[in-house]
Design a protein around this ligand. Sequence first.
Ligand SMILES: Cc1cc2nc3c(=O)[nH]c(=O)nc-3n(C[C@H](O)[C@H](O)[C@H](O)COP(=O)(O)O)c2cc1C
Length: 199
Amino acid sequence: MNLPAAVASKLTTDAMKRTAGTFPTGVVVAAATTADGPVGLTLQSFVSLSLNPPLVQLSVASTSGSWRAIKAEGGFAVSVLAQDQAELAVAFGTRSRDKFAGVELAGASATGHPEIQGALAWFDCEIAAVYPGGDHDIVVATVLDAKVDDRAGEPLVFHRSGFRHLEPAPRTANTPRPSRSSGRLNRLGTKPSWTRESA
Ligand SMILES: Cc1cc2nc3c(=O)[nH]c(=O)nc-3n(C[C@H](O)[C@H](O)[C@H](O)COP(=O)(O)O)c2cc1C
């Protein structure tokens, strides 16, 4: 990647980190069962990429030992952490030999990868492609199965280098609310997306 020298030299890593940190994300643990035992790491870079085919995307530091082991395995399970799982996020977000010590598992995915107890949801993933992304690998994975815990708790949120909890936003003039127009078709000929579930 060729960057203009002036741009490359002006932006510090710290400024990049601080600016990127203003964008809040959820937190997941990606984990795999290997011949040497389970491996896993905390990620905030998890996104849903495609519905058909079902794909998710992660970016993982190419230096990560856990990622190397997961990549060799060819697949992994993603656990979406709940708001009371910050300690777990730190444990899986720090280089250590046995991240699974004392960790309660909900079970294993259909492909045999560890699913963390108390998470909000789990994805069973098979690695479809890995692309270079600077000092990270961009991982695209096919979702073989996805399930949500019925208790539907609140997610753990990561923002400005810290963990947060979600709160409902106060209604504003711009907040779409189900009303008489609820269920009507919009100009594109579809129902507004926010009415689909409640309509
Ligand atoms: C909240 C949080 C989010 C993280 N997100 C990412 C991420 O998106 N990508 C990444 O490569 N590392 C991320 N990390 C750091 C990795 O989890 C960490 O480097 C890894 O667990 C190191 O262990 P390893 O050497 O076994 O790979 C995150 C850490 C925390 C605490």
